[in-house]
Design a protein around this ligand. Structure first.
Ligand code: BES
Ligand code: ZN
Ligand code: ZN
Length: 498
Protein backbone atom coordinates (compact mmCIF):
# COMPACT_ATOMS: atom_id res chain seq x y z
CA UNK A 1 0.00 0.00 0.00
CA UNK A 2 1.31 3.37 -1.03
CA UNK A 3 0.35 5.99 1.57
CA UNK A 4 0.49 9.71 0.81
CA UNK A 5 -0.64 12.89 2.48
CA UNK A 6 -2.29 16.05 1.17
CA UNK A 7 -3.55 19.38 2.43
CA UNK A 8 -5.91 20.59 -0.29
CA UNK A 9 -9.55 21.18 -1.15
CA UNK A 10 -11.11 17.75 -0.60
CA UNK A 11 -13.22 17.85 -3.74
CA UNK A 12 -10.04 18.07 -5.82
CA UNK A 13 -8.54 14.83 -4.47
CA UNK A 14 -7.92 12.51 -7.39
CA UNK A 15 -8.93 9.18 -5.87
CA UNK A 16 -11.43 6.51 -6.72
CA UNK A 17 -13.20 6.69 -3.36
CA UNK A 18 -13.29 9.63 -0.98
CA UNK A 19 -14.10 8.60 2.58
CA UNK A 20 -15.72 10.87 5.16
CA UNK A 21 -17.01 9.93 8.59
CA UNK A 22 -20.18 11.21 10.18
CA UNK A 23 -21.40 10.97 13.75
CA UNK A 24 -24.89 9.85 14.62
CA UNK A 25 -27.29 12.79 14.69
CA UNK A 26 -24.60 15.21 13.59
CA UNK A 27 -25.68 18.41 11.82
CA UNK A 28 -23.96 18.76 8.45
CA UNK A 29 -22.79 22.25 9.27
CA UNK A 30 -21.02 20.95 12.37
CA UNK A 31 -18.23 19.95 10.00
CA UNK A 32 -17.06 22.27 7.24
CA UNK A 33 -15.77 19.17 5.42
CA UNK A 34 -19.18 17.48 5.37
CA UNK A 35 -20.93 20.73 4.56
CA UNK A 36 -18.73 21.36 1.54
CA UNK A 37 -18.96 17.78 0.23
CA UNK A 38 -22.73 17.91 0.64
CA UNK A 39 -22.98 21.16 -1.23
CA UNK A 40 -20.73 19.93 -4.08
CA UNK A 41 -22.65 16.67 -4.34
CA UNK A 42 -25.90 18.59 -4.84
CA UNK A 43 -27.18 17.81 -1.35
CA UNK A 44 -26.77 14.02 -1.61
CA UNK A 45 -25.55 13.62 1.94
CA UNK A 46 -28.40 15.70 3.29
CA UNK A 47 -30.98 13.66 1.43
CA UNK A 48 -29.49 10.35 2.58
CA UNK A 49 -29.87 11.58 6.13
CA UNK A 50 -33.34 13.03 5.59
CA UNK A 51 -34.59 9.73 4.14
CA UNK A 52 -33.15 7.80 7.08
CA UNK A 53 -30.95 5.73 4.76
CA UNK A 54 -27.83 6.86 6.57
CA UNK A 55 -27.81 7.80 10.22
CA UNK A 56 -24.17 7.70 11.20
CA UNK A 57 -24.48 4.63 13.40
CA UNK A 58 -21.13 3.00 14.08
CA UNK A 59 -19.73 1.32 10.95
CA UNK A 60 -22.86 1.98 8.89
CA UNK A 61 -21.82 2.84 5.33
CA UNK A 62 -23.26 4.62 2.29
CA UNK A 63 -21.51 4.27 -1.06
CA UNK A 64 -22.42 7.10 -3.42
CA UNK A 65 -21.75 7.10 -7.18
CA UNK A 66 -20.47 10.02 -9.27
CA UNK A 67 -21.04 12.56 -6.54
CA UNK A 68 -21.42 15.79 -8.53
CA UNK A 69 -18.63 18.36 -8.53
CA UNK A 70 -16.20 16.12 -6.66
CA UNK A 71 -13.14 14.70 -8.42
CA UNK A 72 -13.41 11.35 -6.64
CA UNK A 73 -15.49 8.77 -8.51
CA UNK A 74 -17.27 7.62 -5.35
CA UNK A 75 -18.04 9.07 -1.97
CA UNK A 76 -18.11 6.64 0.95
CA UNK A 77 -19.74 7.78 4.16
CA UNK A 78 -18.91 5.80 7.28
CA UNK A 79 -20.89 6.10 10.48
CA UNK A 80 -18.82 7.02 13.52
CA UNK A 81 -21.46 6.37 16.18
CA UNK A 82 -22.28 8.69 19.05
CA UNK A 83 -18.82 10.15 19.45
CA UNK A 84 -18.29 8.51 22.84
CA UNK A 85 -15.16 6.60 21.79
CA UNK A 86 -11.62 8.00 21.94
CA UNK A 87 -10.83 9.80 18.69
CA UNK A 88 -8.02 7.46 17.65
CA UNK A 89 -10.15 4.38 18.16
CA UNK A 90 -13.05 5.88 16.22
CA UNK A 91 -10.81 6.83 13.32
CA UNK A 92 -8.93 3.52 13.30
CA UNK A 93 -12.18 1.59 13.15
CA UNK A 94 -13.98 3.77 10.60
CA UNK A 95 -10.94 3.88 8.33
CA UNK A 96 -10.64 0.10 8.66
CA UNK A 97 -14.31 -0.29 7.77
CA UNK A 98 -13.86 1.95 4.74
CA UNK A 99 -10.82 -0.02 3.60
CA UNK A 100 -12.74 -3.27 3.76
CA UNK A 101 -15.67 -1.81 1.80
CA UNK A 102 -13.27 -0.48 -0.82
CA UNK A 103 -11.56 -3.86 -1.04
CA UNK A 104 -14.88 -5.59 -1.57
CA UNK A 105 -15.78 -3.09 -4.33
CA UNK A 106 -12.45 -3.81 -6.00
CA UNK A 107 -11.58 -0.12 -6.04
CA UNK A 108 -7.95 0.90 -6.22
CA UNK A 109 -7.51 4.12 -4.29
CA UNK A 110 -8.92 5.84 -1.25
CA UNK A 111 -8.75 9.33 0.13
CA UNK A 112 -9.46 9.60 3.85
CA UNK A 113 -10.79 12.93 5.07
CA UNK A 114 -9.26 14.13 8.32
CA UNK A 115 -11.25 16.95 9.80
CA UNK A 116 -9.20 20.05 10.43
CA UNK A 117 -10.63 20.20 13.92
CA UNK A 118 -8.80 16.97 14.81
CA UNK A 119 -5.22 16.65 16.03
CA UNK A 120 -3.86 15.82 12.61
CA UNK A 121 -0.89 13.68 13.62
CA UNK A 122 -3.04 11.45 15.82
CA UNK A 123 -5.80 11.32 13.21
CA UNK A 124 -3.45 10.46 10.35
CA UNK A 125 -1.78 7.78 12.44
CA UNK A 126 -5.11 6.20 13.37
CA UNK A 127 -6.40 6.32 9.80
CA UNK A 128 -3.23 4.72 8.46
CA UNK A 129 -3.38 2.03 11.12
CA UNK A 130 -7.05 1.40 10.44
CA UNK A 131 -6.57 0.93 6.71
CA UNK A 132 -3.47 -1.25 6.96
CA UNK A 133 -4.97 -3.38 9.74
CA UNK A 134 -8.33 -3.54 7.95
CA UNK A 135 -6.99 -4.95 4.70
CA UNK A 136 -4.83 -7.61 6.36
CA UNK A 137 -5.51 -10.79 4.42
CA UNK A 138 -5.89 -14.05 6.34
CA UNK A 139 -6.58 -16.03 3.17
CA UNK A 140 -3.04 -16.12 1.86
CA UNK A 141 -3.46 -19.78 0.92
CA UNK A 142 -6.58 -19.17 -1.15
CA UNK A 143 -5.84 -19.50 -4.84
CA UNK A 144 -9.00 -17.79 -6.14
CA UNK A 145 -10.91 -14.50 -5.78
CA UNK A 146 -7.96 -12.48 -4.61
CA UNK A 147 -9.84 -9.18 -4.74
CA UNK A 148 -7.57 -7.56 -2.19
CA UNK A 149 -4.97 -7.09 -4.91
CA UNK A 150 -6.61 -3.97 -6.33
CA UNK A 151 -6.57 -1.51 -3.45
CA UNK A 152 -3.05 -0.15 -3.31
CA UNK A 153 -3.18 3.62 -2.86
CA UNK A 154 -4.19 5.67 0.16
CA UNK A 155 -4.15 9.43 0.60
CA UNK A 156 -4.66 10.88 4.05
CA UNK A 157 -6.00 14.37 3.47
CA UNK A 158 -7.21 17.46 5.26
CA UNK A 159 -8.63 20.69 3.86
CA UNK A 160 -6.40 22.77 6.10
CA UNK A 161 -3.71 22.35 8.72
CA UNK A 162 -0.17 21.10 9.00
CA UNK A 163 1.16 18.77 6.31
CA UNK A 164 4.07 17.73 8.49
CA UNK A 165 1.65 16.66 11.22
CA UNK A 166 -0.12 14.44 8.71
CA UNK A 167 3.19 13.01 7.54
CA UNK A 168 4.37 12.32 11.08
CA UNK A 169 1.14 10.50 11.78
CA UNK A 170 1.29 8.42 8.62
CA UNK A 171 4.89 7.41 9.33
CA UNK A 172 4.09 6.25 12.85
CA UNK A 173 0.86 4.59 11.74
CA UNK A 174 2.73 2.62 9.08
CA UNK A 175 5.35 1.43 11.55
CA UNK A 176 2.79 0.30 14.12
CA UNK A 177 0.39 -1.29 11.64
CA UNK A 178 3.11 -3.17 9.78
CA UNK A 179 4.53 -4.42 13.05
CA UNK A 180 1.06 -5.60 14.08
CA UNK A 181 0.45 -7.28 10.73
CA UNK A 182 3.85 -8.96 10.96
CA UNK A 183 2.70 -10.51 14.25
CA UNK A 184 -0.69 -11.39 12.76
CA UNK A 185 0.92 -13.05 9.78
CA UNK A 186 3.18 -15.22 11.93
CA UNK A 187 0.21 -16.14 14.10
CA UNK A 188 -1.99 -17.01 11.14
CA UNK A 189 0.54 -19.32 9.51
CA UNK A 190 -0.03 -23.04 10.01
CA UNK A 191 2.26 -24.77 12.49
CA UNK A 192 3.72 -26.78 9.61
CA UNK A 193 5.10 -23.49 8.26
CA UNK A 194 5.94 -21.59 11.41
CA UNK A 195 7.85 -24.20 13.39
CA UNK A 196 10.10 -23.05 16.25
CA UNK A 197 13.03 -23.04 13.79
CA UNK A 198 11.09 -21.00 11.26
CA UNK A 199 9.96 -18.56 13.96
CA UNK A 200 13.62 -18.13 14.88
CA UNK A 201 14.55 -17.65 11.23
CA UNK A 202 11.83 -15.02 10.79
CA UNK A 203 12.98 -13.30 13.96
CA UNK A 204 16.57 -13.31 12.71
CA UNK A 205 15.64 -11.80 9.35
CA UNK A 206 13.51 -9.17 11.08
CA UNK A 207 16.26 -8.30 13.57
CA UNK A 208 18.83 -7.87 10.84
CA UNK A 209 16.51 -5.66 8.85
CA UNK A 210 15.58 -3.38 11.75
CA UNK A 211 18.87 -2.91 13.54
CA UNK A 212 18.39 -5.33 16.44
CA UNK A 213 20.75 -7.91 17.91
CA UNK A 214 19.59 -11.48 18.10
CA UNK A 215 20.75 -14.71 19.61
CA UNK A 216 18.95 -18.03 19.19
CA UNK A 217 19.72 -20.74 21.73
CA UNK A 218 19.35 -24.33 20.54
CA UNK A 219 18.45 -27.29 22.72
CA UNK A 220 22.04 -28.13 23.56
CA UNK A 221 22.67 -24.59 24.77
CA UNK A 222 19.46 -24.71 26.80
CA UNK A 223 20.54 -28.02 28.31
CA UNK A 224 23.92 -26.56 29.25
CA UNK A 225 22.19 -23.69 31.03
CA UNK A 226 19.70 -25.96 32.79
CA UNK A 227 16.45 -24.89 31.18
CA UNK A 228 14.61 -28.02 32.20
CA UNK A 229 11.16 -26.48 31.94
CA UNK A 230 11.38 -25.50 28.27
CA UNK A 231 13.11 -28.77 27.44
CA UNK A 232 10.47 -30.74 29.30
CA UNK A 233 7.75 -29.29 27.10
CA UNK A 234 9.88 -29.77 23.97
CA UNK A 235 10.60 -33.43 24.66
CA UNK A 236 7.57 -34.77 22.83
CA UNK A 237 8.28 -32.91 19.62
CA UNK A 238 10.48 -33.81 16.66
CA UNK A 239 10.89 -30.09 15.98
CA UNK A 240 13.80 -28.69 17.98
CA UNK A 241 12.96 -25.96 20.49
CA UNK A 242 14.54 -22.51 20.20
CA UNK A 243 14.98 -19.70 22.66
CA UNK A 244 14.89 -16.45 20.74
CA UNK A 245 16.57 -13.49 22.43
CA UNK A 246 16.39 -10.12 20.70
CA UNK A 247 17.97 -6.96 21.97
CA UNK A 248 17.21 -3.36 21.10
CA UNK A 249 19.92 -0.94 22.17
CA UNK A 250 19.25 2.80 21.87
CA UNK A 251 21.90 4.99 20.38
CA UNK A 252 22.74 6.70 23.67
CA UNK A 253 22.69 4.44 26.73
CA UNK A 254 20.57 5.68 29.61
CA UNK A 255 21.81 6.51 33.06
CA UNK A 256 18.99 4.96 35.05
CA UNK A 257 19.97 1.46 33.94
CA UNK A 258 16.48 0.29 33.03
CA UNK A 259 16.22 -2.83 30.89
CA UNK A 260 12.69 -3.71 29.85
CA UNK A 261 12.20 -7.41 29.09
CA UNK A 262 9.24 -8.58 27.04
CA UNK A 263 8.61 -12.29 27.20
CA UNK A 264 6.17 -13.94 24.78
CA UNK A 265 4.82 -17.49 24.81
CA UNK A 266 5.90 -19.19 21.60
CA UNK A 267 4.12 -22.54 21.46
CA UNK A 268 3.89 -23.00 17.69
CA UNK A 269 1.33 -25.74 18.23
CA UNK A 270 -0.33 -26.90 21.43
CA UNK A 271 -1.83 -30.40 21.22
CA UNK A 272 -1.87 -30.53 25.00
CA UNK A 273 0.84 -33.19 24.93
CA UNK A 274 0.06 -36.45 26.75
CA UNK A 275 -2.83 -34.56 28.43
CA UNK A 276 -4.18 -34.37 24.88
CA UNK A 277 -6.74 -31.72 23.93
CA UNK A 278 -10.05 -32.74 22.31
CA UNK A 279 -10.16 -32.58 18.49
CA UNK A 280 -12.74 -29.80 18.32
CA UNK A 281 -11.04 -26.45 17.74
CA UNK A 282 -7.59 -27.95 18.12
CA UNK A 283 -6.62 -26.39 14.78
CA UNK A 284 -6.76 -23.04 16.56
CA UNK A 285 -3.79 -24.00 18.68
CA UNK A 286 -1.47 -22.72 15.98
CA UNK A 287 -2.11 -19.33 17.58
CA UNK A 288 -0.51 -20.39 20.85
CA UNK A 289 2.55 -18.37 19.82
CA UNK A 290 0.61 -15.09 19.57
CA UNK A 291 2.41 -13.69 22.62
CA UNK A 292 5.78 -14.44 21.06
CA UNK A 293 4.62 -12.92 17.78
CA UNK A 294 3.52 -9.78 19.61
CA UNK A 295 6.98 -9.43 21.11
CA UNK A 296 8.54 -9.83 17.66
CA UNK A 297 6.15 -7.22 16.24
CA UNK A 298 6.94 -4.79 19.03
CA UNK A 299 10.70 -5.26 18.62
CA UNK A 300 10.30 -4.58 14.89
CA UNK A 301 8.54 -1.28 15.59
CA UNK A 302 11.08 -0.33 18.29
CA UNK A 303 13.90 -0.89 15.82
CA UNK A 304 12.30 1.83 13.70
CA UNK A 305 11.07 4.22 16.38
CA UNK A 306 14.29 3.92 18.43
CA UNK A 307 13.15 5.24 21.83
CA UNK A 308 15.92 5.88 24.42
CA UNK A 309 15.50 2.76 26.57
CA UNK A 310 17.02 -0.70 26.00
CA UNK A 311 14.62 -3.59 25.46
CA UNK A 312 15.02 -7.33 25.54
CA UNK A 313 12.59 -9.64 23.72
CA UNK A 314 12.61 -13.25 24.88
CA UNK A 315 10.56 -15.91 23.11
CA UNK A 316 10.71 -19.53 24.16
CA UNK A 317 9.56 -21.44 21.08
CA UNK A 318 8.53 -25.08 20.96
CA UNK A 319 5.70 -27.38 20.01
CA UNK A 320 3.73 -29.21 22.70
CA UNK A 321 3.32 -32.74 21.34
CA UNK A 322 2.54 -36.23 22.62
CA UNK A 323 5.00 -38.96 21.73
CA UNK A 324 6.89 -41.86 23.23
CA UNK A 325 9.44 -39.40 24.52
CA UNK A 326 7.01 -36.73 25.72
CA UNK A 327 6.93 -35.63 29.35
CA UNK A 328 4.13 -37.28 31.30
CA UNK A 329 1.81 -36.25 34.10
CA UNK A 330 3.61 -36.81 37.35
CA UNK A 331 7.03 -36.04 35.94
CA UNK A 332 9.16 -33.58 37.88
CA UNK A 333 11.30 -31.09 36.02
CA UNK A 334 14.04 -28.79 37.25
CA UNK A 335 13.69 -25.24 35.96
CA UNK A 336 16.52 -22.83 35.21
CA UNK A 337 15.75 -21.05 38.49
CA UNK A 338 16.52 -24.25 40.39
CA UNK A 339 12.88 -24.67 41.45
CA UNK A 340 11.40 -28.10 40.78
CA UNK A 341 8.00 -28.44 39.16
CA UNK A 342 5.59 -31.35 39.29
CA UNK A 343 3.88 -31.55 35.91
CA UNK A 344 0.32 -32.57 36.72
CA UNK A 345 -1.08 -31.63 33.33
CA UNK A 346 1.12 -31.41 30.23
CA UNK A 347 -1.40 -29.02 28.65
CA UNK A 348 -0.40 -26.33 31.16
CA UNK A 349 2.84 -25.94 29.20
CA UNK A 350 2.83 -22.18 28.62
CA UNK A 351 3.71 -21.37 32.23
CA UNK A 352 6.55 -23.91 32.08
CA UNK A 353 8.32 -22.31 29.13
CA UNK A 354 7.65 -18.83 30.54
CA UNK A 355 9.27 -19.86 33.83
CA UNK A 356 12.64 -20.48 32.17
CA UNK A 357 12.34 -17.55 29.75
CA UNK A 358 11.63 -15.14 32.59
CA UNK A 359 14.47 -16.52 34.70
CA UNK A 360 16.76 -16.08 31.70
CA UNK A 361 15.56 -12.49 31.16
CA UNK A 362 16.44 -11.78 34.79
CA UNK A 363 19.87 -13.35 34.36
CA UNK A 364 20.37 -10.96 31.45
CA UNK A 365 19.63 -8.02 33.72
CA UNK A 366 15.93 -7.22 33.23
CA UNK A 367 14.76 -4.45 35.55
CA UNK A 368 11.16 -4.62 34.35
CA UNK A 369 9.17 -7.54 33.03
CA UNK A 370 6.07 -7.93 30.95
CA UNK A 371 4.92 -11.26 29.60
CA UNK A 372 2.24 -12.03 27.03
CA UNK A 373 0.74 -15.45 26.69
CA UNK A 374 -2.26 -17.30 25.34
CA UNK A 375 -2.18 -18.98 28.68
CA UNK A 376 -5.62 -20.14 29.78
CA UNK A 377 -9.03 -21.04 28.42
CA UNK A 378 -10.30 -19.61 31.71
CA UNK A 379 -9.56 -16.03 30.65
CA UNK A 380 -12.08 -16.42 27.83
CA UNK A 381 -14.70 -17.42 30.38
CA UNK A 382 -13.81 -14.47 32.61
CA UNK A 383 -13.40 -11.64 30.09
CA UNK A 384 -14.50 -12.96 26.69
CA UNK A 385 -12.75 -11.64 23.62
CA UNK A 386 -12.86 -7.94 24.52
CA UNK A 387 -10.46 -7.49 27.45
CA UNK A 388 -7.24 -9.35 28.10
CA UNK A 389 -6.45 -10.10 31.74
CA UNK A 390 -3.60 -8.33 33.47
CA UNK A 391 -1.97 -9.43 36.71
CA UNK A 392 1.29 -8.47 38.33
CA UNK A 393 3.37 -7.89 41.44
CA UNK A 394 3.58 -4.10 41.23
CA UNK A 395 0.47 -1.95 41.10
CA UNK A 396 2.19 0.97 39.47
CA UNK A 397 3.76 -1.11 36.74
CA UNK A 398 0.41 -2.79 36.05
CA UNK A 399 -1.22 0.65 35.84
CA UNK A 400 1.49 1.72 33.42
CA UNK A 401 0.73 -1.23 31.13
CA UNK A 402 -3.00 -0.55 31.28
CA UNK A 403 -2.35 3.10 30.40
CA UNK A 404 -0.12 2.07 27.48
CA UNK A 405 -2.96 -0.18 26.32
CA UNK A 406 -5.38 2.76 26.43
CA UNK A 407 -3.08 4.76 24.17
CA UNK A 408 -2.76 1.80 21.84
CA UNK A 409 -6.47 0.99 21.80
CA UNK A 410 -5.96 -2.40 23.50
CA UNK A 411 -7.94 -3.28 26.63
CA UNK A 412 -6.68 -4.93 29.82
CA UNK A 413 -8.61 -5.69 32.99
CA UNK A 414 -6.87 -6.46 36.29
CA UNK A 415 -7.47 -9.61 38.31
CA UNK A 416 -6.26 -10.04 41.90
CA UNK A 417 -2.95 -11.84 42.35
CA UNK A 418 -3.42 -12.60 46.01
CA UNK A 419 -0.98 -14.68 48.07
CA UNK A 420 -3.97 -16.79 49.15
CA UNK A 421 -4.18 -18.40 45.69
CA UNK A 422 -0.71 -19.84 46.10
CA UNK A 423 -2.16 -22.69 48.14
CA UNK A 424 -3.55 -24.15 44.94
CA UNK A 425 -0.18 -24.74 43.29
CA UNK A 426 1.55 -26.37 46.28
CA UNK A 427 2.98 -29.78 45.49
CA UNK A 428 3.64 -32.68 47.83
CA UNK A 429 6.70 -33.88 45.96
CA UNK A 430 8.22 -30.82 44.27
CA UNK A 431 8.47 -27.07 44.96
CA UNK A 432 5.31 -26.35 42.99
CA UNK A 433 2.93 -28.04 40.58
CA UNK A 434 1.85 -26.68 37.23
CA UNK A 435 -1.93 -26.50 37.68
CA UNK A 436 -4.11 -25.13 40.46
CA UNK A 437 -7.44 -26.80 39.80
CA UNK A 438 -10.55 -25.40 38.15
CA UNK A 439 -11.03 -22.41 40.42
CA UNK A 440 -9.44 -19.12 39.42
CA UNK A 441 -7.50 -20.60 36.51
CA UNK A 442 -6.22 -17.27 35.20
CA UNK A 443 -4.95 -16.33 38.62
CA UNK A 444 -3.27 -19.60 39.58
CA UNK A 445 -1.49 -19.59 36.20
CA UNK A 446 -0.16 -16.10 36.97
CA UNK A 447 0.69 -17.20 40.51
CA UNK A 448 2.82 -19.95 39.01
CA UNK A 449 4.68 -17.46 36.81
CA UNK A 450 5.19 -15.15 39.77
CA UNK A 451 7.35 -17.84 41.37
CA UNK A 452 10.00 -16.95 38.80
CA UNK A 453 9.91 -13.15 38.65
CA UNK A 454 11.50 -12.44 42.03
CA UNK A 455 11.20 -8.78 42.98
CA UNK A 456 11.40 -7.38 39.45
CA UNK A 457 8.29 -5.29 38.65
CA UNK A 458 6.27 -7.61 36.43
CA UNK A 459 2.98 -7.61 34.54
CA UNK A 460 1.42 -10.66 32.93
CA UNK A 461 -1.07 -10.40 30.07
CA UNK A 462 -3.27 -13.43 29.39
CA UNK A 463 -4.30 -12.93 25.77
CA UNK A 464 -5.89 -16.34 25.07
CA UNK A 465 -9.32 -14.71 24.56
CA UNK A 466 -8.17 -11.69 22.57
CA UNK A 467 -5.40 -12.88 20.26
CA UNK A 468 -7.82 -14.56 17.87
CA UNK A 469 -11.10 -13.09 16.62
CA UNK A 470 -13.72 -15.76 15.88
CA UNK A 471 -16.09 -13.41 14.06
CA UNK A 472 -14.92 -10.69 11.75
CA UNK A 473 -15.62 -7.05 12.56
CA UNK A 474 -16.55 -4.36 10.03
CA UNK A 475 -12.99 -3.05 10.39
CA UNK A 476 -11.07 -6.28 10.82
CA UNK A 477 -10.91 -9.80 9.42
CA UNK A 478 -11.52 -12.74 11.71
CA UNK A 479 -8.34 -14.44 12.84
CA UNK A 480 -5.22 -13.12 14.54
CA UNK A 481 -5.54 -9.65 16.09
CA UNK A 482 -1.91 -8.88 16.91
CA UNK A 483 -2.93 -7.76 20.40
CA UNK A 484 -0.03 -6.56 22.49
CA UNK A 485 2.23 -5.21 19.76
CA UNK A 486 1.13 -1.62 20.10
CA UNK A 487 0.76 -1.81 23.88
CA UNK A 488 4.39 -2.94 24.17
CA UNK A 489 5.58 -0.09 21.97
CA UNK A 490 3.66 2.54 23.95
CA UNK A 491 4.85 0.95 27.19
CA UNK A 492 8.47 1.26 26.07
CA UNK A 493 7.92 4.88 25.11
CA UNK A 494 6.30 5.64 28.45
CA UNK A 495 9.29 4.11 30.23
CA UNK A 496 11.64 6.07 27.97
CA UNK A 497 9.99 9.40 28.73
CA UNK A 498 9.98 9.15 32.54
N1 BES B 1 -2.82 -22.73 25.02
C1 BES B 1 -3.71 -23.11 26.05
C2 BES B 1 -4.67 -21.99 26.44
C3 BES B 1 -5.65 -21.57 25.38
C4 BES B 1 -6.94 -22.06 25.40
C5 BES B 1 -5.30 -20.64 24.44
C6 BES B 1 -7.84 -21.63 24.46
C7 BES B 1 -6.19 -20.22 23.50
C8 BES B 1 -7.46 -20.70 23.52
C9 BES B 1 -2.92 -23.51 27.30
O1 BES B 1 -1.68 -24.06 27.08
C10 BES B 1 -3.75 -24.53 27.99
O2 BES B 1 -3.96 -25.57 27.45
N2 BES B 1 -4.20 -24.19 29.19
C11 BES B 1 -5.01 -25.08 29.96
C12 BES B 1 -4.54 -25.01 31.38
C13 BES B 1 -5.16 -26.07 32.27
C14 BES B 1 -4.66 -27.43 31.90
C15 BES B 1 -4.81 -25.73 33.71
C16 BES B 1 -6.44 -24.61 29.87
O3 BES B 1 -6.71 -23.41 29.90
O4 BES B 1 -7.33 -25.46 29.72
ZN1 ZN C 1 -1.77 -26.15 26.71
ZN1 ZN D 1 -0.74 -23.46 25.29
Amino acid sequence: MNVETAIMPLHELDVEVLVAIMFEGEALDASPELESLNERSGGLIGSLIASGEFRGKAYETAYIHTPGRIAARRLLLVGAGKGDKPLSEMIRNTAGTAARVIQSKQARSMGFVCRSAWELDKAAQAATEGVLLGIFDVGSYQTQNKESRFFDSLIIAAAAGSLSALERGVERGKILAKATNFARHLTNEPSSEVTPSELAAQATAMAERFGLDIEVLDEQQMRDKGMGAILGVARGSDEPAKLIVIRYTPDGERRDGELLAMVGKGITFDTGGISLKPAENMEKMKYDMAGGAAVLGAMRALGQLRPPVPVLGVIPATENMPSGRAQKPGDVIRSLSGKTIEVINTDAEGRLILADAITYARQLGATRLVDLATLTGAVTVALGSVYAAILGNDEQWVAEVIAAGKEAGERYWPLPLDEAYREQIKSDIADIKNIGGRKGGVITAAQFIQEFVGDVPWAHLDIAGTAWLDEKKPYMASGPTGIGVRTLVYLTERLASR
